[in-house]
Design a binder for this molecule. Structure first.
Ligand code: NAD
Length: 369
């Protein structure tokens, strides 16, 4: 059987810096665990624009469609702010998401014990937290027609339309149930079925997919506003939350910030299964290109490293190795290593991007003893 394939798109700003640390981790898995990936690398965003005049070439798009998983750093930066909208760096990322039809956006909120003091919530509420928000990404009110600003009588009216088909709901529900089976086996579906017809349909379809295909997974339903309240009251009651594009946008930001710094947050966007059974997948840190710290070795590589851990778990079914990598990150933090973004008000001596990556590799080594 051929090796699993990975396309790496480091992008702009701190993207290449954090990706260099992920390369160390990928090399470690090849050398020490006999898990060899066929890795190729290409340009995206401003870097692709500089080289080719477009933020994503057709050739790169074709490579992304052909691999088992794509790992992206970040795109954008002030240098590109004045560019025409059609060639802005972000358009490269949006094209990838659209053409790969990545409809399920996975945003974990995981609290590493060593960073529990970083949360705005009390330590016992967040310590050990590990939840996953699955947000529908390609439909709903951000895409529904009609939309626009129209004139009615003597005033203007702004219109957006919340629209979901049964099949759009069904496929993201399946993604959530599949994920739950690899985690705590619980899904909570959130909508506003009390006031929205799209919410009523959402609830019915999620329930039917559950009853027909995933009766072994525990399913509950919650109104999204109550869900927001419960997320701050006692987030550990949740395992997987599945919700629509708009509510998911809000709830995933809320959940993510329960746990602290932007430099710690990974994400995945998944599509339909390919011929080999693996879902189309793009993994990326939640943060952007951080132009304010780019080139200074200050970036925290953990969000990007944890994005690779998600790839191990969700694209390659290597849950044990994903656990190993997450435990290595946990250990490094517990040992007190911090990049500058993780320094508390009391200060201390931060380590560089490279030193953090090296420490994770050393912790991986230690995990073999
Ligand atoms: P940002 O996420 O790049 O940075 C916000 C703040 O967080 C900055 O102070 C930055 O230094 C800090 N930060 C971010 N990641 C960090 C890390 N790994 N380690 C330490 N500190 C980190 O968001 P922004 O400043 O609003 O945007 C900068 C550029 O990135 C813009 O061009 C924006 O369009 C782009 N952007 C891209 C993506 C993406 O590629 N997915 C996402 C968001 C923003």
């Amino acid at each position: 059987m051929s090796n699993p394939s990975l396309l790496i798109l480091p992008g702009d700003g701190i993207g290449p810096e954090v990706m260099a640390e992920v390369r160390k981790i990928i090399d470690w898995f090849g050398a020490k665990r006999d898990l060899v990936f066929d890795v190729s690398e290409d340009l995206v965003g401003g870097a692709a624009y500089d080289a080719h005049g477009t933020p994503l070439t057709d050739a790169t798009m074709a490579r992304a469609q052909a691999v088992d998983a794509v790992l992206l750093g970040a795109v954008g930066g002030p240098k590109y702010d004045a560019l025409d909208f059609s060639v802005k760096p972000e358009r490269g990322l949006l094209r990838l998401r659209k053409e790969m039809d990545l409809f399920a956006n996975l945003r974990p909120a995981q609290c590493f014990d060593a960073l529990a003091d970083f949360s705005s919530l009390k330590k016992d509420i967040v310590a050990g937290l590990d939840i996953m928000i699955v947000r529908e990404l390609t439909s709903g009110v951000y895409f529904g027609e009609p939309r626009g600003i129209f004139t009615e009588g003597n005033e203007r009216v702004g219109i957006n339309t919340q629209r979901y088909t049964e099949s759009e709901i069904a496929r993201v529900a399946r993604s959530a149930f599949e994920l739950a089976r690899k985690r705590g086996n619980k899904v909570c579906s959130m909508e506003k079925a009390n006031v929205m017809e799209s919410g009523i349909l959402w609830r019915e379809v999620v329930q039917k997919i559950h009853d027909d295909e995933y009766p072994d997974v525990e399913l509950s339903h919650m109104y999204a506003d109550a869900g927001a309240m419960q997320l701050t009251r006692w987030p550990k009651q949740f395992d997987v939350i599945v919700t629509d594009n708009l509510f998911g946008d809000l709830l995933s930001d809320l959940a993510a910030m329960l746990t602290g710094s932007l430099g710690m947050l990974p994400s995945a966007s998944l599509g339909l299964p390919m011929a080999n059974g693996r879902p189309k997948a793009l993994y990326e840190p939640v943060h952007g290109s951080a132009p304010d710290i780019a080139g200074k070795a200050l970036a925290n590589p953990i969000a990007c490293i944890l994005s690779f851990a998600m790839a191990l778990r969700y694209s390659f079914d290597l849950g044990t190795e994903a656990d190993r990598l997450e435990a290595a990150v946990q250990k490094v933090l517990a040992d007190g290593l911090r990049t500058a973004d993780l320094m508390g008000p009391e200060g201390g001596s931060p380590v560089s991007t490279g030193a953090m990556g090296d420490a994770v590799v050393a912790a991986l080594d230690a995990s073999l003893n």
